[in-house]
Design a protein around this ligand. Structure first.
Ligand code: ITT
Length: 193
């Protein structure tokens, strides 16, 4: 099975491939136009991106819309995680807003909504969350985006190996659910043939 990866984020491309390949899914890149993320939820935006890529390429497409929701900031940046503060200053902005905030109030979670759209209009949706804390400072070089300020059991995602992150992460969980739904979808499609 071949899917176009509907993302412009290099960090996500690496994770999509890493998670999808063991499922026997070939994930290919494509030069895609930037779809306008006008949705009000992660799921709506994932659908918008997957549908646009599917229309543009004529191939099944899979997208993720994700973000970091910080309890102390009432769930911000949430669906605006990629547009929150200037590029290069996003992690620092979160750290600054939480300066002096005690550990028990530093709760946060990542969300990933995954959506695949097929040329016949069918779609598969899945969602994953992972809970942790905002660290006091940025730590670790691995991963991307907010990984170096999101910690579980005292270590940030930036300090974890790729495998460890995938086992715990929102995207790992969303793709786990996606894999199950895709298997059911393919089995059903074969029955109908
Ligand atoms: P595409 O829309 O092209 O996929 P994007 O970066 O704009 O790329 P989103 O709109 O879904 O993607 O924004 C998600 C942002 O949330 C992303 O830019 C990261 O800053 C952050 N993010 C999502 N998943 C993350 C992860 O696993 N680790 C760290 N940060 C993450």
């Amino acid at each position: 099975m071949k899917f176009v990866i509907a993302t412009h984020n290099k960090g996500k491309i690496v994770e999509f491939r890493r998670i999808l390949e063991p499922m026997g899914i070939e994930a290919v890149g494509a030069e895609l136009s930037e779809a306008e993320e006008t949705g009000t939820t992660f799921a709506e935006n994932a659908f918008i991106k997957a549908q646009a890529a599917c229309k543009e390429t004529g191939l099944p497409a899979v997208a993720d819309d994700s973000g970091l929701c910080v309890d102390y900031l009432d769930g911000a940046p949430g669906i605006y995680s990629a547009r929150f503060a200037e590029p290069g200053k996003r992690r620092l902005t979160v750290l600054e807003k939480l300066q002096g905030v005690p550990k028990e109030k530093r709760g946060a979670h990542f969300v990933s909504a995954v959506c695949a759209v097929f040329p016949n209009g069918d779609k598969i949706e899945a969602e994953g969350k992972c809970y942790g804390l905002i660290s006091r400072e940025s730590r670790g070089e691995n991963g991307f985006g907010y990984d170096s300020i999101f910690e579980q059991e005292g270590r940030t995602f930036g300090e974890m190996s790729a495998e460890e992150k995938d086992q715990r992460s929102h995207r790992g969980k969303a793709f786990g659910e996606f894999e199950e739904k895709l298997k059911q979808y393919l089995a059903k499609s074969q029955e109908e043939e």
